[in-house]
Each structure stands twice: as structure tokens, then as C-alpha cells.
Design a protein around this ligand. Structure first.
Ligand code: SF4
Length: 286
């Protein structure tokens, strides 16, 4: 990955964000397996051509800083252990932040926005923790519980004071127990994903199936009931049928289609978007 430096930041900063390629070809880490196959394949294929700017990589610096602080603590836990399991013709890998053999608890340190806690948006962490637990079990290490220690980068004490639904502290723990049933489910997820990745590896860029709606962080399409002479919608509906059925009773004059947005692609959270057929088509159509 080429790291540009538009702000002329000190070399130490640029070096800190210039991460080495994590995985060898055919190896899929617990975090990459959670991305869309299209994104994973394009990132692997175009890794050396992709450009990111150092100034735009501050959250990666944050994440690395958090990890190296906790890595240095002497707490009798196993830190940064690497696990690998062959699946089909590939390998699934994971580096676990910390594991306490006494309590059989896995810890992962994260920095994130308070919104993640407000929306309880933990599906990615759940799957990541379960993939680690599965990898460890396959390597003879039992995990009973996963705990994600989240440091909320944008936490506001003043908001916490006036809103009981806002995270009350700048640190949050997302935890869950690892069950046999959950291990079976994640094994199916891993096998399906590896099969999808191996199939996608054989396709040219233009033939790749776009990432799913969930993987693209896509918002839903909406249909707004409008009234002539009024700027705002009378009602925003989730289907055209609903909008049509309500229009007359609400006194609307027309229906406006509002296309959902693939936020990961359009807001620049996917570094390989310039090589992605879905993104290129979307830009062309706009
Ligand atoms: S631009 Fe969007 S669809 Fe394309 S690889 Fe990235 S996340 Fe997936």
C-alpha cells in the first residue's frame, strides 16, 4: 500500500501508519473474513497500487497505540498469540490480543465511536470473537467467554450527564459466553466464507459479485410522499406500495424515490473502491 503525505507530516507519523501486508496469499484473518469477498480479493490483488494518505490513517495509529500499551502490561495472560487453521485450500488465521488461561477468557482491545455502543452494533465483534474462539479450540485452547474492551474516542461527559441512554463512561465492555452451538454456527460461517473467497479468487475484477448490503453499510431505499409547494415529505415509507396506498389519504401529490447509500463505498471507508466494479458503475450512473 502506498502511503502519501499531503500535509508533510513527520516521517515518524508516516512510518507509524505504514503497516506491512498482514496475510500471505490464501490466508484469511478473522478480521478480513468479516469483509465482503469482493473487498478482500480486490485489496489483496491491488495491495501495492492502493494509495492512502497518512493524515487519513489516524484511527489506525490510535488502534496500534492502544494495543501496544496493553501488550506491555505484565498480567500473567497470553498476549498476541497467533492461531491458524487450514480450511479447504486456504488458511484462516487470527492474532488474539490477550487470553487468560485461569478464567478461559479472551480479551480484545478496541477504540471506537460512542455510536457503536448507543446502537449496540456489535455483530462484527461477536463474529470476530467467535472466530478467535473457534481457531483456539481447533488448536486445543478452550475459550469460555469473550470480552471486548472498547475505548470510546468521542465520549462526551456533558452528554452522559444529561442523557441516560448515552454511555455513562468512556470505557465499555461488550462480553458474551462461547457456547457449543455458537461454535458450530461460526464454523459454518467460516466454511461458507472461505468457499466464497476461493470462488471469487478465480474471477476477474469486473466479474466479482459486489459486497452484500450489510458489508457495504447500505441504507435502505425510501419512498417519500410529497405535496406540491411543500419542501419536506409528508411521510417517508419503506416501500413504494406503502407510499402509494397512503398518498391519497395524506393529501400527497407525488412520490419521490430516495435511493439508499452504500456508506462504506461512497464515504471512502473502502480503500479498494477505485478497483471495484460496483463502485465504478455507481459513479458512472451518478
Ligand atoms: S467499494 Fe463497496 S462494494 Fe466495492 S469492494 Fe468496497 S465495500 Fe465492497
Amino acid at each position: 500500500m502506498k502511503v502519501t503525505n499531503v500535509l508533510g507530516l513527520p516521517q515518524a507519523f508516516v512510518d507509524a501508519v505504514s503497516v506491512e501486508r498482514h496475510n500471505e496469499k490464501g490466508c484469511y484473518s478473522a478480521t478480513t473474513i468479516l469483509h465482503g469477498a469482493c473487498e478482500t480479493i480486490l485489496q489483496e490483488r491491488h495491495y501495492d497500487e492502493i494509495e492512502v494518505d497518512a493524515s487519513d490513517s489516524i484511527w489506525a495509529v490510535f488502534g496500534s497505540a492502544v494495543h501496544s500499551i496493553f501488550e506491555k502490561q505484565n498480567t500473567g495472560t497470553i498476549k498476541e498469540a497467533f492461531y491458524s487453521v487450514p480450511v479447504s485450500h486456504s488458511k484462516v488465521t487470527g492474532r488474539v490480543d490477550s487470553y487468560d488461561p485461569q478464567t478461559q477468557t479472551l480479551h480484545d482491545f478496541k477504540s471506537c465511536s460512542s455510536w457503536k455502543v448507543i446502537y449496540q452494533d456489535f455483530d462484527d465483534w461477536y463474529k470476530q470473537g467467535m472466530i478467535y474462539a473457534w481457531l483456539m479450540k481447533k488448536n486445543g485452547v478452550e475459550v469460555k467467554r469473550c470480552e471486548f474492551i472498547a475505548l470510546l474516542k468521542d465520549h462526551s461527559k456533558s452528554k452522559a450527564k444529561v442523557d441516560q441512554n448515552y454511555p455513562q463512561l468512556p470505557t465499555y465492555i461488550y462480553r458474551f459466553d462461547v457456547t457449543e452451538k455458537a461454535l458450530e454456527e461460526i464454523e459454518k460461517f467460516i466454511f461458507d466464507k472461505v468457499a466464497e473467497l476461493e470462488k471469487a479468487e478465480l474471477l476477474a475484477d469486473e466479474e466479482l459479485t459486489p459486497c452484500s448490503k450489510e458489508e457495504r453499510w447500505a441504507t435502505e431505499d425510501k419512498w417519500a410522499i410529497m405535496k406540491a409547494g411543500r419542501k419536506t415529505a409528508l411521510k417517508v415509507c419503506s416501500s413504494e406500495e406503502e407510499a402509494k396506498s397512503l398518498m391519497e389519504t395524506m393529501g400527497g401529490t407525488d412520490i419521490e424515490f430516495r435511493q439508499g447509500e452504500s456508506k462504506k463505498c461512497v464515504d471512502g471507508y473502502c480503500v479498494c473502491r477505485n478497483y471495484c466494479p460496483f463502485y465504478k458503475k455507481m459513479i458512472e450512473e451518478k
